[in-house]
Write a protein that binds this ligand. Structure first.
Ligand code: TAP
Length: 451
């Protein structure tokens, strides 16, 4: 492997390190190692796979600070968030360490014999992840895939490979067999596409943009290969006039500016019932202006830089002709900084429908419950969303009416490793996390024994 690419610190725009850029041959070699490792891994007793995953979790737990500092450097995540992300990886591993011994099949009554089902691993699973939450999103794929008896080839985004590479080393340190967890750094068009086309990669998990995800799905269809897709979003934060407006406004910046808005679940549209619209904006303004943007290594920082100069240009492009109501602050200097921005939008505006993936939120009024549901559903996406109301019946009706995979009422939480996560419409296909995720990395085999 002779080609390299340079990883940049987004808070300083300075280079950090050069990383090998894998070719198709390098990718094939990693897949071949994974094929060999998977055979003996799947043959282990379930309890041995569970022990190995618990050991991996313990090693990750012991390296939380190191992984978090790497993410601060490579992704510009505030240190507090980065620590949460690294701990989350250990928790996801621990959770799915409970799966190998629970992947039980069924016994189905059939005359003349015994009929049973088995959950067989696919073999090698290819996992392609984006740059916004490099560690956590990778773990949602690799932990249940390994638990179910598969080997994994993981492709991090070229912008953010550092924590994935370190997790690959920690897996070996924890005693996972060589080849079982291969990290392949390189471009999506080479490494990612090879995961799609290689006959020994039997399932693909893709997280990223809807446009690339659509191509990946088409490629997997040609190979008759199952694919899980976690794609873009334009989630609505719906605030009814009967809500606790102070709480809704105070929490709204965190729901969209967390990770500088580079979050698939970002509540990047705030829909406010018309009678509460002015009051809500009055409450929102100080909350946005006090949002702390700065050096991600500082303990008090709530938001770091955007990931790259080109991404910042793309976010800036969304403000052309926009009706900006107010903005927070951001440092000047060489990093890819962008101030949190609140825009008053009309239905049909780009900002009301398209994913920005940056710290820009569009506020729109609505008239009643039916209008709120219609407006919330007025995008191609359907990933997450929040509903603020003190009326239980309304909360039930609206949460059933909004076409999103993950909703929360009077809260903005989206991700818990023990509950299912994923999108509807153009936000994805399939679910990750939750109690059933390990089973999604298996194929059901039915065997009839005549007696
Ligand atoms: P993408 O440009 O789609 O890239 C995602 C990953 O796919 C990267 O590793 C990329 O590699 C790779 N890739 C690029 N072209 C490929 C191809 N032709 N074949 C196979 N792989 C390819 O997305 P992004 O800009 O990194 O991430 C932002 C998007 O991800 C947003 O739309 C966001 O909403 C979405 N996202 C969704 C979720 C969930 S859970 N729904 C979570 C996070 C992000 P390289 O970049 O290294 O070339």
């Amino acid at each position: 492997m002779s080609a390299v690419f340079t990883v940049i610190n987004p808070a300083t725009a300075l280079p950090i390190r050069e990383i090998p850029r894998a070719s198709v041959d390098d990718t094939d070699a990693a897949i071949s190692r994974a094929v060999v490792a998977q055979r003996s891994w799947a043959a282990l007793p379930p309890v041995a796979r569970a022990d190995a995953l618990r050991s991996f979790a313990r090693v990750v737990e012991a390296h939380v600070e190191e992984l978090a500092q790497l993410e601060v450097l490579n992704s510009g995540h505030p240190i507090g968030s980065a620590r949460w992300e690294a701990s989350h990886v250990a928790q996801v591993l621990n959770f799915y360490a409970g799966a190998p011994e629970r992947l039980s099949g069924q016994q189905i009554p059939v005359a003349g014999g015994l009929d049973v089902t088995f959950h067989e691993p696919y073999g090698v699973v290819g996992i392609i992840v984006p740059w916004n939450f490099p560690m956590t999103i990778a773990s949602w794929g690799f932990a249940p895939a390994l638990a179910a008896g598969n080997a994994v080839v993981l492709k991090p985004a070229e912008l953010t490979p550092l924590t994935a590479l370190r997790l690959g080393e920690l897996a070996l340190h924890a005693g996972l067999p060589e080849g079982l967890f291969e990290v392949v750094t390189g471009s999506g068009s080479v490494v990612g596409q090879r995961f799609v086309s290689h006959p020994d990669v039997r399932k693909v998990v893709f997280t990223g943009s809807t446009s690339v995800g659509t191509d990946v799905a088409a490629g997997c269809a040609r190979e008759l290969k199952p694919v899980t897709l976690e794609l873009g979003g334009k989630s609505a934060n719906i605030v009814f006039a009967d809500a606790d407006l102070e709480k809704a406004a105070a929490s709204a910046p965190g729901a969209v500016f967390d990770n500088a808005g580079q979050d698939c679940c970002a509540r990047s549209r705030i829909l406010v019932e018309r009678s509460a619209y002015d009051r809500f904006l009055e409450l929102l303004e100080p909350a946005v202006q006090s949002w702390r943007v700065g050096d991600p290594a500082d303990e008090g920082t709530e938001m770091g830089p955007l990931i790259s100069a080109s991404h910042r240009s793309s976010v800036e492009g969304f403000l052309d002709g926009a009706n900006v109501a107010f903005r927070g602050s951001a440092p000047s200097g060489d990093g890819f900084w962008f101030a949190p921005t609140v825009v008053l939008a009309d239905r049909g505006d780009r900002l009301a429908r398209e994913e920005v993936f940056g710290p820009v939120v569009a506020v729109l009024p609505f008239d009643d419950e039916a209008d709120a549901i219609q407006l919330a559903n007025d995008t191609i996406y359907g990933l997450a969303g929040s509903i603020w109301t003190e009326n239980l019946g309304r909360a039930v009706r609206v949460s059933r009416g909004v076409k999103s995979g993950v909703l929360s009422v009077n809260s903005h939480s989206s991700v818990r490793y023990w509950t299912p996560f994923g999108g509807m419409k153009a936000s994805g296909l399939g679910r990750e996390l939750g109690p059933d995720a390990a089973e999604h990395f298996t194929e059901t085999k039915n065997v009839f024994f005549a007696t």
